[in-house]
Design a binder for this molecule. Structure first.
Ligand code: PLP
Length: 422
């Protein structure tokens, strides 16, 4: 059994070492972060709040959590921070718990328009018993249609209590100021879900949702923000009590303190390296979009410069659809996901028109604009079957062997080795 487990784990590492990781919601942590992730903190319970725990033994956990809050405030200039949610979905549940009652209405983006499942009625919002209305969406600007949304809100009998912004397919900043204005008119709150773009916000390469009028920001800490898997919530001082109670006892008991320690280490990295890292991510996204566009691919929004984030979206409906292309690319070691595009029906989630590409992880391992051109060539080679899958996989492995080191950290370290610790 041990051999089996070793085999599975080693093969997984080997697979990533030889592949190009382009999933927009993933990243790799440094050994600096992983060391704290493996600490004894992961064996302990710390239910409650700093100084008011329900378990003994939390003296240093309290110091750790206070440090996490301090560094988060520093990175994002936030008034109040809670670092306890164990994932982005849990953070959203907490925000809904804090700001709504069952039967209330919220406004969010539909999944084809980029919304996350937790913003919808078949997931976290539904669990709270919320009714969900969707923003009107403008295909041209690939963004929320503010005027049409305003008209929709005027007609609604049950005015939304929360306007959710932020997305999973997230190319351009959202109109936070404009939506906050509409929200103010109906006495609602704005929750900005920064799960995808938290690292870009930390590096000051995307919009600043708090300054633009969001009341609450929820976010995973492991997408563009290159930390362990968990989440944070930031909010205005007036909402602190509600949000804290929404998190505990609302939706979190123990909060996985080893990953909190890793998160603190990531904050320290981002304070030091975040600007350079985020700048290179956006440059790489634009470079990859341009290269694919030049090769004839239907990268969305050419007239808008393709993207302002870490993501690009390609319409592959004429090439057999997102499912076929994503699987074909996986066979040569290019890892990305199929994705609904705004004009798709949600019922086509199994074979949507698009693929989504994120460049945050390849940026973290040192790739720059030249490598984006190489990646575009590999994608083209695989889709057009210019060589056998085996040959392409081999070439990708050779290309990748130069990029298996984590950068933007204090001491560069292997990205995809299975570390020996004893
Ligand atoms: C990924 C994502 C989430 C969920 O985060 P988890 O940490 O996977 O639970 C929530 N909202 C958005 C917009 C996301 O993209």
């Amino acid at each position: 059994m041990l051999e089996k487990l070793m085999g599975i784990t080693r093969k997984h590492h080997e697979f990533y070492k030889n592949s190009i990781p382009l999933i927009a919601s993933e990243n790799v942590t440094s050994y600096f972060v992983r060391r704290f992730y493996l600490s004894d903190f992961g064996h302990r319970y710390a239910e409650g709040w700093i100084g008011k725990r329900f378990y003994q033994g939390c003296q240093f956990v309290d110091e750790l959590e206070a440090l996490a809050i301090d560094l988060t405030k520093k990175l994002f200039n936030a008034e109040h921070v809670n670092v306890q949610p164990i994932s982005g979905t849990v953070a959203n549940m907490a925000a809904f718990f804090a700001l709504t009652n069952p039967g209330d209405t919220i406004m969010s983006l539909s999944v084809p328009h980029g919304g996350h499942i937790s913003h919808d009625k078949f997931s976290a919002a539904g669990l709270r018993g919320l009714k969900v209305e969707h923003y009107e969406f403008d295909f041209e600007s690939f963004n929320i249609d503010v005027d049409a949304t305003r008209r929709k809100v005027e007609k609604l009998e049950d005015k939304p209590k929360v306007f959710v912004l932020g997305a999973s397919l997230f190319l351009f900043p959202h109109p936070v100021r404009e939506i906050a204005e509409i929200a103010n008119e109906v006495d609602a709150k704005v929750v900005y879900d920064a799960s995808h773009v938290l690292g870009l916000i930390a590096g000051k390469e995307f919009q600043d949702p708090i300054r633009e009028g969001a009341d609450v920001v929820t976010a995973s800490t492991h997408k563009t923000f290159p930390g362990p898997q968990r989440a944070v919530v930031m909010c205005r001082r007036e909402l602190a009590k509600k949000i804290d109670r929404g998190i505990f006892p609302g939706v979190v008991s123990n909060h996985h303190i080893h990953s909190l320690a890793g998160y603190v280490a990531t904050c320290i990295e981002m304070l030091e390296f975040g600007r350079d890292y985020a700048r290179q991510i956006v440059r790489n996204a634009k470079a990859l979009a341009n290269a694919l566009h030049d090769l004839g691919y239907d990268v969305v929004c050419p007239e808008l410069g393709f993207t302002e984030s870490h993501q690009i979206a390609v319409d592959v409906s004429k090439l057999g659809g997102g499912d076929k292309i994503a699987k074909k690319l996986e066979r040569v070691g290019i890892i990305l996901n199929k994705n609904l595009l705004p004009w798709d029906d949600v019922k086509n989630a199994d074979n949507p028109s698009g693929i989504r590409i994120g460049v945050q992880e390849v940026t973290r391992i040192g790739m720059k604009e030249d490598e984006m051109e190489r990646i575009a060539e590999f994608i083209d080679m695989a889709i057009k079957e210019k060589k056998s899958e085996k040959e392409i996989r081999k070439e990708i492995g050779e290309f990748k062997s130069e990029f298996n080191t984590v950068k933007f950290t204090f001491e560069e370290c292997p990205a995809y080795d299975f570390p020996e610790i004893c």
